[in-house]
Design a protein around this ligand. Structure first.
Ligand code: 3PY
Ligand code: ZN
Length: 628
């Protein structure tokens, strides 16, 4: 075991070993018995069975959760060629020209990313996407793209699902080789909530493209285009499509709200086209772009810019399918929609119904409605697995025009308020959120700027301070870190700057100076990651660490203890097994573990329980400390 430890020791593997290595590395003498993959999984399951999954909010299903009905697909058929082949043949610029020539309305399916980010706190696990992936590749090859990565999926997958976001990307890519993959990239904030140095953002983009990402939707949370430059340039150095977004807020049809006018958005779009964007996205993250505003905006953009227009919206108000149809009539090239049972409310409008609406019209999408309805049946059942996280409003609400909260934030902030015992006061919190927006000078609100507004709203609400009174408070109030950082310029500059009276109230008279972030030394960082994770870090590990150092360290520790738990069926992962219940877990191509729970023993003197299983027909046990 000593030699085994030495061979796997990162310093030794990197050829950096010296004679002091043995003296300075006591871990070389730790000879823990190595558990095999199956034992690790049984241990994890045992913990969930005895103590519950700490991320399942204590939810206990009242009835067994049946597997979701998988749509059939022809196993002999290779996936037909699709948009990905076109992109790889033509390159991004020619592919954009091809897009402009299409008569049909092109459709992006957001089910794998924004739909569950907005409805179920981003909790959908890879296994539930992989199960339907073969059917998606063969039965909806006419989709323009699948939005399946980025945004909040990167950290939530490690933080709450204990699975590797890079593996999700690579596994889905293998199963779906024909449809473009799309991700949401927060400009200089990449997939995080803070700014990263340009070389980190560029390295992240390059690695994501190498793992199979095709379309990078780049935005900035204050529409500060200088924050998008490095990410856009990095995408332009890959095979991928640089889709630059203008974040939509306010109402272009409202003369009282003149800050965010049609002219403002067209101006931004023109600059982004000049910066080399291949596509332009209208990113309506809160679902504020009302139907007639959508026609006016798309019409103006189609007249003023020469690249395809991609419309992203949310159905929070309940009326945004109409915005999609108006955008389509105005010549929009591509729209974002979600499979029926994963659509509506804070998610995207209903893909199936929009497809039906356009049948036998010049903009018929060419997608098969029967297939989409089968996909919806699958997702309806899967959605039930995530019941404790499924907290989106049941119906559309025009309240969104007051608070202007992004779809992905709404459920999160509501949960946060509920956990502080403020659930019943939501309408007042929503109003405070709006008042904080006005205090900040009426800003674009999307991750991370929306989070800052939310932090401030809760901060003020819980202290009974009215947002208008902030500028009159005495100096020395301890404001939330995120507010101090944003007003110091940490997220860039909003149009027309921060209100001076607010800056003075929060930061005092010292003028904040922000230095440009120095590039990270990637090679040295890799050595740090090796020391932290006790393994030879991959590029995946490096970028996971750079985005979220402590979340990644926790995740790497989890992996050492339990291995890869991503293939466990979701009900077993969150809620464990009942005696007699059996699951199958495909751990690699051609290798399946059949796990049956036989018995949960009584606690011994130390409070440990023996869990008896059958693993592929043979008895196995795990011993678990009962924490109750
Ligand atoms: C994100 O940044 O995660 C978003 O979905 C913004 O709309
Ligand atoms: Zn969105």
């Amino acid at each position: 075991p000593f030699l085994e430890n030495v061979i796997h020791f990162p310093i030794f593997r990197e050829g950096q070993a010296t004679t002091t290595m043995i003296d300075t590395s006591p871990e070389l003498f730790e000879f823990k018995p190595r558990r095999d993959r199956a034992s690790k999984l049984l241990q994890f399951l045992g913990n969930v069975i005895v103590n519950g999954n700490p991320h399942a909010k204590g939810y206990k299903p009242t009835a067994p959760m049946e597997p979701a009905p998988l749509p059939s697909w022809d196993r002999k058929q290779e996936p037909p060629s699709g948009t990905r082949q076109l992109l790889l043949e033509m390159g991004a610029k020619k592919f954009a020209e091809w897009t402009l020539k299409q008569k049909r309305l092109l459709v992006t399916d957001t089910t794998f990313r924004d739909a569950h980010q907005s409805l179920m706190a981003t909790r959908v696990r890879s296994t539930d996407m992989l199960a339907i992936a073969d059917a998606v590749a063969r039965r909806t090859p006419k989709l323009f793209s699948l939005e399946m990565w980025g945004g909040a999926t990167f950290d939530t997958s490690m933080r709450f699902l204990s699975e590797d976001p890079w593996q999700r990307l690579k596994s889905l890519r293998e199963r779906i080789p024909n449809i473009l993959f799309q991700m949401l990239l927060r400009g200089a904030n990449a997939v995080g909530y803070t700014s990263y140095p340009s070389n980190v953002v560029a390295g992240f983009v390059k690695h994501a493209a190498a793992c199979g990402m095709d379309i990078f939707r780049v935005f900035d949370s204050l529409n500060d285009l200088s924050n998008m430059k490095a990410a856009m340039e990095a995408v332009q150095d890959t095979h991928g499509i640089c889709e630059a977004a203008i974040c939509y807020t306010g109402d272009i049809l409202d003369p009282q709200r003149s800050k965010y006018s049609l002219k403002y958005y067209v101006g931004l779009a023109k600059q982004l086209e000049k910066m080399g964007a291949h596509f332009l996205c209208i990113k309506d993250m809160a679902g504020l772009c009302r139907p007639y505003a959508a026609s006016a905006l798309v019409k103006a953009l189609k007249e003023e810019i020469g690249i395809p227009v991609h419309f992203h919206t949310h159905d929070t108000s309940g009326i945004n399918a109409a915005s999609i149809l108006r955008a389509s009539d105005a010549g929009c090239d591509v729209v974002d929609l979600a499979i029926a049972s994963m659509s509506g409310s804070t998610s995207q409008p209903n893909l199936n119904s929009v497809v039906a609406a356009l049948q036998n019209t010049p903009r018929d999408t060419g997608l098969n409605l029967d297939t989409l309805n089968q996909f919806s049946d699958y997702w309806e059942q899967v959605r039930g697995f995530y019941a404790p996280f499924d907290t989106a409003p049941k119906s559309g609400s025009a309240e969104v025009y007051l608070h202007e909260m992004p779809g992905g934030q709404y459920t999160n902030l509501k949960e946060q308020a509920a956990s502080m015992g403020l659930g019943g006061r939501w309408p007042e919190i929503a109003r405070t959120y709006r008042e904080v927006n006005d205090l900040f000078g009426d800003i674009v609100k999307v991750t991370p700027s929306s989070k800052v507004v939310g932090d401030m709203a809760l901060f003020l609400f819980t202290r009974g301070i009215k947002p208008v009174d902030v500028v009159n408070l005495p100096p020395g109030t301890s404001w939330p870190e995120s507010v101090i950082d944003m007003l110091s310029g940490g997220l860039g500059e909003p149009m027309s700057g921060w209100p001076p009276a607010l800056v003075k109230a929060v930061l005092g008279t010292t003028k904040p100076k922000r230095a440009k972030l120095a590039p990270v030394k990637l090679k040295e960082t890799k050595a740090e990651v090796a020391a932290k994770t006790k393994r030879d870090p991959s590029e995946d590990d490096l970028f996971s660490h750079l985005m979220y150092p402590s979340v990644f360290a926790e995740f790497a520790k989890f992996q050492r203890e339990y291995g890869d738990v991503s293939a466990l069926p979701t009900p077993a992962f969150f809620y464990g097994l009942k005696p007699g219940e059996e699951i199958s877990v495909p751990i690699e191509e051609g290798k399946v573990l059949f796990i049956k729970l036989i018995n949960v023993g009584a606690p011994d003197k130390e409070g440990r329980r023996v869990i008896s299983y059958e693993l592929n027909g043979m008895p196995r046990e795990a011993s678990v400390a009962d924490k109750s």
